[in-house]
Design a protein around this ligand. Structure first.
Ligand code: NAP
Length: 266
């Protein structure tokens, strides 16, 4: 059994993670941490109608020391995640991180901590298999159709923009484009931001509306043709097989591992 702690356990994603882990025969939830509702049994949170003996706690470090998890799944807040990751790493726990908004300097710091201390960390901007394939196909398409823009669409409670998935997609596409310039050189924005955010010459547009879960289109333009690669996460359950797989496959790895594709097919 893999001893798993969930950080952000009372959030939208955290509750799904609790539900998914309780159904997996190889994983055991040993602790659940969240800022709100400390003290409730996770059975109440999930509406199971019975207590399961794991109560929400507010302090990550003391929960780690008391319950000794092997893995910490984190779906919290862009401002909290790096602190949580470092607390887990310092205490010998492997973070499996879904929280987005981690900056490149923070990633570099996590990587060097892992290298220096022979520790392990998994960071995954998107746990759904369809989104991983979307990114892989987009990278392939960019070799032949380098003119590209990304539209990502999420629910209106999302805190970071652009999404971690859009950023990772942009990075993967940019790696194939060799600094491709696109659009008219004299283009003028009549309202600042009209052309979206820029990543290495590639535009990213972020839509935030109630009703969406997590969606992305990667649009490639060529002479007389358009290729659109689209992925839709219609429910948060779409991320759960990836989260559970990561809890299992990350054990035995070393260093910072980024992206679900790194764990697939092993
Ligand atoms: P959410 O509903 O706001 O849940 C976050 C939870 O974490 C809240 O209960 C929050 O408590 C709690 N929290 C905040 N800081 C904490 C800390 N320091 N320690 C412990 N708990 C803390 O957000 P969500 O929709 O679940 O999304 C969470 C993150 O996952 C976001 O960054 C989102 O972009 C990301 N996400 C990733 C994927 C993926 O596949 N990688 C998929 C979907 C979402 P309060 O409410 O009291 O602040």
């Amino acid at each position: 059994m893999i001893r798993v702690m969930v950080s952000g356990a009372n959030g939208r994603m955290g509750r799904e993670v609790l539900r998914a882990l309780t159904q997996d025969p190889e994983c055991e939830i040993v602790a659940a941490v969240d800022l709100k509702a400390a003290g409730e049994d996770i059975g109440e949170i999930l509406g199971l109608g019975k207590a399961v003996g794991v109560r929400l706690e507010a302090d990550l470090e003391s929960a780690i020391r008391e319950h000794k998890p092997q893995v910490m799944v984190d779906f919290t807040h862009p401002k909290a995640v790096v602190g949580n990751v470092m607390t887990a790493l310092r205490n010998g726990v492997i973070p499996v991180v879904g929280t987005t908004g981690i900056t490149e300097p923070d990633l570099a710091a996590i990587r060097s901590f892992c290298d220096e201390h022979r520790a392990t960390c998994f960071i995954c901007p998107n746990f759904s298999i369809g989104a991983v394939l979307m990114m892989r196909f987009a990278q392939e398409a960019a070799r032949y159709l380098p003119h590209c823009e990304i539209i990502e669409l999420h629910h209106d409670q999302k805190l970071d923009a652009p999404s971690g998935t859009a950023l990772l997609t942009a990075k993967m596409v940019a790696a194939e484009r060799n600094g491709q310039k696109q659009g008219h050189p004299d283009e003028e924005e009549k309202i600042p931001g009209a052309r979206g955010a820029e990543y290495d010459g590639l535009r990213i547009h972020s839509v935030r509306l109630p009703g969406y879960v997590a969606h992305q289109e990667v649009i490639f333009g060529g002479v007389g043709q358009i290729l659109t690669i689209r992925h839709d996460s219609l429910a948060r359950e779409s991320f759960m097989p990836g989260v559970v797989l990561a809890c299992k496959k990350i054990i035995g790895r070393q260093g910072l591992v980024v992206g679900l594709d790194q764990l697939l097919g092993e």
